[in-house]
Structure formats: C-alpha cells, structure tokens
Design a protein around this ligand. Structure first.
Ligand code: BGC
Length: 424
C-alpha cells in the first residue's frame, strides 16, 4: 500500500552544533570533556568536522532527496565573551543558510542545543535569573542579522530535559546503591570531577549549572522564561520567522493501576509548560520511545523487548501517540524536530523510520497539522557523555578521513522524501 503525504511536507534530518561541528572550544561542554574524572566517555574533538564540511553535508542531504535541514547555531561561537559578538561566526552561519538556499533546502534553526558559552556558566548558568535576558540578547543579535533567511526557529532544544535527567539519575542511583563496589568507585570519580569543575569554572561544583543537569524549580522556570523573552526579541527583529520550542516527550502509557502515575508524568514533563507556548507559532516535537507506568511508578521495558544502543525500547509507534497528545493540548502546527534510533543494524533503522512514519501518516489523515519530519540524525555524531559509539546517523563517517558514507537507510528515507510516498 502507498501512503501519500501532503504536498509541501518537510522531509529533513537534524544535527546539533556541538555534536557535529568540532572544536567548540568556548563552550561549557568542551571544558567539561577535558576535565580529569570527566563523565564523558571521550572528547568531541573535531567531531565530524561539520564546521568545515557543512557545504558538502548539505549538498549530500539534498542529493539524498531531503528538502529540510535542522541544525543549531552555537551561542559559544557567536558570543565567546559576554557582550562580544563574533562577526566571523555570524558569517559562517550566514553561509550555512546560503548553502541551504542554493540546494532548495528549508532551514530550521535551533538557537540553543544543550551547549552554552563558558562565561554564562561562570555567571550562574541556567540557575541565574539573568540568563533569560542574556539568552534573549544573543537571539536578538543572531536573528537581527540572519533572520531574513530563517523561516523556522526553535529557541531552546528540549527545554524540559532536566526532568528526564533527574528521573534517570534517581533510577541509576537506586541501582548503584545496590552495588556498593561500583558506587564507591563512582563516588571517588565524582569527587575528582567536582574538584576539577570548581577549578575550571571558578565556582563550587554544586553551583555549576550547565544545561544538561538536574534543575531546581526556579532554574526550570528560567529556561522557559528564556524562551518567552527570546520569542519577544525575535518577533521584534524578524517578524516573519515562525517561532517554537522543542520538547523531549515519551509516549506515556499506563498499565492497570498506573493511570495516576502516567497522568502525573504527563503533567510534569509536558502539560505544566503549556502557558509558555501559548504565543508560539509551532511546536517542535522530539520522541524516541515510550515510558510505561504501573501502580509503583515507572516500569523498565518489558522483558525481551528489543533495545537500541541507548538502552531504549525500540518503539517507533510512540511517535503517533505523542503527536496526538501534543496536538490535543496545544492545537498548534507540529514539526517533528527529532525522532530516530541508535543502532549498527541499519535494517532496524529502516524499519523504525517506516513504522514511525506510518504513525505520522495516520495523524496527517486525521488533519493534525504535522508540517514535517526531521530524522535524528543526518550523520553519526558525538552523543554527549556517550561519545561517538552511539550511531544515530543516516550517514556514517570514517572519522580518520572524515569521509561520508550514506547508509542504505539514507537512500531509503531519501526515496520516501523524493516521492512523498511511504510504501507499507
Ligand atoms: C537530543 C540530541 C541527542 C538525541 C539522542 C535528544 O535528546 O536533542 O542532542 O543526540 O536526543 O540521544
């Protein structure tokens, strides 16, 4: 059966600056990766050298048949010191946008994707009440200069991610407590790391507030205020740009007796933030798997479930459920800004794409305004703490030569994009 997608559907892939560009030396993550006792498995280094090879990568994306590219602009490059804006970095992103336009690719730009300038962290990071204004000032500068070439902008990537991090840390700690050996080692490593953090940022470790960390309630509110202030600034300087935020969302399911826990999770991870999106133009939806709740709370994936390299359950059907609950709650156009799978078995990536898109198709036929699907990721990249071993890319890279090697899934997805049809 052929499933025909709407005309003008955006078929794209996503990346994030720090994960692909390389040598993001003024960012907080760069510093943290280089500390002794670092929680990062490896350093980002040259990553996949996208800061140099972006023109080739965009040409390849277009050649595959895609018509959209979601990427992020790196705050630490644009404003390496507070109030000092780097024209060369702005020119760089101007050329990234030009490359998109030359290939007929619609750019979707993210202004913050986890990394921040080191100076921001020294000034209190994401717990500081001054951060929303600082973020808005950076957004105003970038969008004032480049906004005419940016039809869609996401202010902050996965603004709610700290909630997921806190939950994962809680689960990890209770399993680590059961294994005292690991725990002692872990604690010793953390002590070294904390001392190093203090040296690096000139702050007690508990006052280092990078983005991918657990947050206080005030810190969380800061992030969403940053979105609201940035939105107002962007409206002033680039009124034609459609503005949204992106959120990390699970298909939240309940087993009998787990309904209240599931409802609480949905509220905590999503519904409580609705007022902040009221004036947005679209919603950036990111989903990878489901989360099941029972009467005692979160349940690990069912026994025997297929897992991805991330330890997530392989569950592409989750996307449809999330699109439906997001639309019901926001009534806004949706762009799927991330969805994908870490695997070395590319056949499973193809299967994941097909099953996820079948769900998207069902939503579209129900007249839910899904504008596009951005697969995570265009290219294998630096998966944060887990390094380069987790492979989400449609395109593989030989990092010794930086040669790009499209996987069969890239050809498969490109064909869907080119024909606007999914064959099931
Ligand atoms: C993030 C990406 C990350 C992906 C896969 C999302 O949470 O936005 O930066 O690589 O998930 O883990």
């Amino acid at each position: 059966m052929k499933l025909q997608f709407p005309e003008n559907f955006y078929w794209g892939a996503s990346t994030a600056a720090h994960q692909v560009e390389g040598n993001n030396t003024n960012s907080d993550f760069w510093l943290m990766e280089h500390l002794e006792g670092s929680t990062f498995n490896e350093k980002s280094g040259d990553a996949v050298d996208h800061y140099r090879l972006y023109r080739d990568d965009i040409a390849l994306l277009a050649k595959l048949g895609l018509n959209a590219y979601r990427f992020s602009i790196e705050w630490a490059r644009i404003e390496p010191e507070e109030g000092v804006f780097n024209e060369a970095a702005i020119m760089h992103y101007r050329d990234v946008l030009a490359a998109c336009s030359e290939h007929g690719i619609m750019p979707i730009v993210t202004l913050h994707h986890f990394t921040s300038p080191q100076w921001l962290i020294r000034a209190g990071g994401w717990e500081s009440p001054d951060t929303p204004a600082r973020f808005a000032r950076y957004c105003e500068r970038v969008m004032g200069e480049l906004g005419e070439h940016i039809p869609y902008v996401c202010t902050i990537n996965e603004a709610n991610i700290s909630i997921g991090i806190a939950k994962i840390m809680k689960r990890y700690q209770s399993s680590a407590n059961a294994q005292v050996g690991i725990n002692t080692q872990f604690m010793a490593k953390m002590e070294t790391y904390n001392a190093e953090l203090t040296k690096a940022f000139g702050l007690p470790a508990q006052e280092v507030h990078s983005f991918l960390m657990a947050r206080t309630e005030a810190g969380l509110a800061n992030i969403f205020r940053a979105h609201v202030e940035a939105r107002a600034a962007i409206r002033r300087v680039s009124p034609h740009t459609q503005i949204g935020i992106t959120m990390s969302l699970y298909d939240i399911q309940a087993q009998p007796g787990g309904e209240e826990n599931a409802a609480n999770a949905l509220h905590e991870e999503f519904l409580q933030f609705l007022p902040y999106f009221e004036e947005d133009d679209f919603f950036g939806l990111q989903n990878y798997t489901r989360a099941i709740y029972g009467p005692e709370g979160y349940l690990a994936p069912p026994e025997g479930a297929e897992k991805t390299q991330m330890g997530n359950e392989f569950y592409p059907e989750g996307l449809e459920a999330v699109v439906r609950y997001v639309f019901k709650a926001t009534n806004k156009p949706i762009i799927i800004t991330e969805n994908g799978i870490a695997t070395d078995n590319d056949e499973r990536r193809k299967a994941y794409i097909n099953r996820a898109l079948e769900g998207v198709y069902a939503c579209v036929t129900d007249e839910i305004p899904v504008k596009g699907y951005m697969h995570w990721s265009l290219i294998d990249n630096f998966e944060w703490q887990l390094g380069f071993s987790k492979r989400f890319g449609l395109i593989a890279v030989d990092r010794s030569t930086q040669e790009r090697l499209p996987k069969p899934s890239a050809i498969h997805y490109g064909n869907i994009a080119r024909t606007n049809e999914l064959i099931v």
